[in-house]
Every structure is written in C-alpha cells, then in structure tokens.
Design a protein around this ligand. Sequence first.
Ligand code: SF4
Ligand code: SF4
Length: 468
Amino acid sequence: MNLEKRNKVFIDRDKLYNLLDRKAPQENELDEILNKALKLKGLSLTDVAALLCTEDEKQIEKIMQTAHTVKEEIYGKRLVLFAPIYTGNVCCNNCTYCSFRKDNHQLKRKILTMDEIADETRALLRQGHKRVLLICGENHKNDTSYMCEAIRTVYGVKERGGKDYIRRINIELAPMEVEDFRRLHEQKIGTYVCFQETYDPVEYKRFHPAGTPKADYEYRLTVMDRAQEGGINDVGIGALLGLTDYRFEVMAMIEHANHLEECFGCGPHTVSIPRLEPAQGAPDAQNVPCPVNDGDFKKLTAVIRIALPYTGMILSTRENSAMRNVLINYGISQISAGSRTNPGAYAEDGKGTGSQFELGDHREMEEVINSFIDEGYVPSFCTGCYRKGRVGGDFMDLAKPGLIKQYCLPNALFTFKEYLEDFAGEDTKRKGTALIKRMLEEYDQRQLIPKIEKNLVEIENGQRDIYF
Ligand code: SF4
Ligand code: SF4
C-alpha cells in the first residue's frame, strides 16, 4: 500500500482531458478492450477513455452487451433496495445546483428531532425497508454528535414486537476529520458516502462559492482517505452528472477508485451516478450546464460497470421508472425505492418540509418491487456481509474470486421471502413466490439448495433475519 499518496490530490486534470482528446476506437481496439473487460479485472484509464469517446450506436450496443454479461456474471438477477432518510435541509453552503443552498429563501427549513427521526424510521419499517441512508445538509446543528445520536435512534426503533428493525445504516455527510469518522465507526455505520459533485478543480470553484466549507476542493477530494483512517472500511464515491463533461467525471471516478486501491488496498464499495434534476431555487439545476442525455447516461453506466466490476452501482429516485428498469440490466446493483427527499416526508405521508430535488420515480415501495419482479429481478434487503464482518478488503477478497455469489442470491431470497410474508399484497406474494421458485431452479450452486429451502421454510414459520 502506498502511504505516501494518502491525503494528497490524485486528480490530474490535464492528464484526464488529454486521454479524452482522441477519436472513437477502431473495431479491433474496441473488441480488444471488451474482451479484456470480460475477464472481470477492470480496465485502464486509457481503455475507459476509448469507450467514452465513441458515439457510434453499434459500438455502444457492444459496450452495453458486455456490461450486461459482466453484471449477470457477478451480481446475477438481484437488486438491493434502500431508502434515504433526510434528517435536515438546513445548510451553510451555497452550491448553485441544490435547493438546500443557504440563499434559497423559498425553502422551508427543518432539522428533525430524534423523535421525528424515529417516526421516519417506523414509517420505512412499515413499508418493509431494512437498509437506510441518513443524509442532511451541512450545518453545525447536525454535526457528528447529532448524527451519532440519529444513528442510535434509527437502530433503536423496533416494530411488530421487535421483529422489524433497520439492519444497516449508511450515511451521506459533509467531509470531516479522522476523529469524527472514528466516532461514526463506533456507531456501526455501513458505508460512508460523499460525492465530489465535480472532480474538475476549475469548474468546482464555479459551483461552490468561496467562503463556504464546501469551497475547499482538496478537503472534499481527500475525505475518503480520512474515512479509511478513521476505520470506515466501506466508502461510496460519486459525481453529480450535468455539471461538467460527463466523460471527465467518469474518468475521475475511476482514478478515485485507483487511488483508494493503491493507498488502502481496496477500492470504493459503491459508485453513485446521480443526474442533475430540476430543483427549486437552484440556478444550475434549472439550467443544467452540461446535460447528459439518456443515450450517454446508459453508455456511461455500462462503461463504469465493466471498468469497476466489483463496485456496487447506485441509482437514486432522480431517474424515472423506465430508465431505472433499463439500467438494472447494464450495471446498477442498488436502487432507492419509495424515496422522499424532504425531511419528515415518510411519517407525514409525503408532505414533509422542502425537498432537495424533483423525483423522477414517485412510486411506492410495493409498486417498485412489483416492477422488478416483472423484470425477473429479486429485490434484496440483504445486509449479510456487514453483519458477518465481510467488509472493505475482506469483502473484495471474497468478491473477486466470485465467491460472493454463494452468499448474495440466497440472502436476497431470504430477505425477499420475509418481505413477501410480512408486507406484500396477495398479487405481489403470488408473483414473488413464483420468482423464488424459478431462481432456485436456475441456481448453479446445487449443494446449497437443501439449506436454502430449509431456511425459506423457517421464514414461512416466522423466523426472521436469517443470512449466510
Ligand atoms: S449540495 Fe449539500 S452542501 Fe451543497 S447546498 Fe446542497 S445540501 Fe448544502
Ligand atoms: S451477501 Fe454481502 S455482497 Fe451480497 S448482497 Fe448481501 S451484503 Fe451485499
């Protein structure tokens, strides 16, 4: 591991733009790159640049087919579901693309009390959720102490006589110090998520006015190094697509993954690809500087999938249901469902206070689940690895030889079965049960079938929280 490079800037703007200054690949170069991708060992920055520089529909189709093969090989037909809990929309920053910016006086502000956070948690548990992402604006009132208390509150909520509880909390918070991360780690958080927004240091200045904490590009860029030093093994990176050239942002995310691998022996646990959506009181969201069209969005999802095959990819409810249903075939492995982005919205039946951006997918959880069943995907609420301590480098050691497949599908089936027993309507239960049966028939690890079937029967008999 390279200790020298820790906490140092790793984005060389000119290098990345120079790599992108090229023509589309010839057919033989494209085939060579895609054959490399099928070995599931990722791709170099030069290869990624070549793929990003094609506009040819036939070439893009080939890239997407390769991504589909990689996705099926590593992740199979399952999709992890979660929901964000916005604990507050008060922010001291002024990011030009976000409704929570402090100069947006149209927005009604709120920071949830612990009781209100408990109410939000109860509302999500009643929908069947088991994994949440805690998220809020940046403000001294929702600092590390507040977040530690919020985490304890969420974990402390129990429903149906203790049968239902949140099993994993991820958090998305502003950059902080190593000591803060140690405190969060003690509260047993899963992944720490922070998006760079844009990795372009020049453009970054434009969107993040000077004087606010967020204006410090380097402090944000090196946050995952401090998180790792503070004991957080799983980190989630991302860029807000639409601020600058999407091709640069994809290259930079790959570079970020390379940096983490080199310095800490393990790349990011997840990559998020939020696309800028309209947001009230946010000029750069009303008039997106570099819009990413649907075709480019599909292509970049496929390119990231094959470049970072073992990194989970997250899509939020910014995208509409049609786009979400397409992208699960080409890379996305985690998706938010039934989400609301305004504090208090779950408990207040969709009302809440001031949202961050407009949602593309307004469906309720069961509707989302139904549509994934129709697509042949098993909705999963699995938290097995974190509970068993398979995190960070240990997780990657398991994932890379493909061993993770032994855990993921059975655990997906167990948690899906729980959902069908506890929360689903008649029709969903019937369709879901048929899907489980089909998955078992097709599952190639035949030696595990008796144990899986036994566990499914135990779940039917009332046992909960079973995992490999
Ligand atoms: S993007 Fe984050 S830091 Fe910027 S204004 Fe919105 S909530 Fe605040
Ligand atoms: S078994 Fe591990 S990697 Fe697979 S879905 Fe569950 S937690 Fe994620």
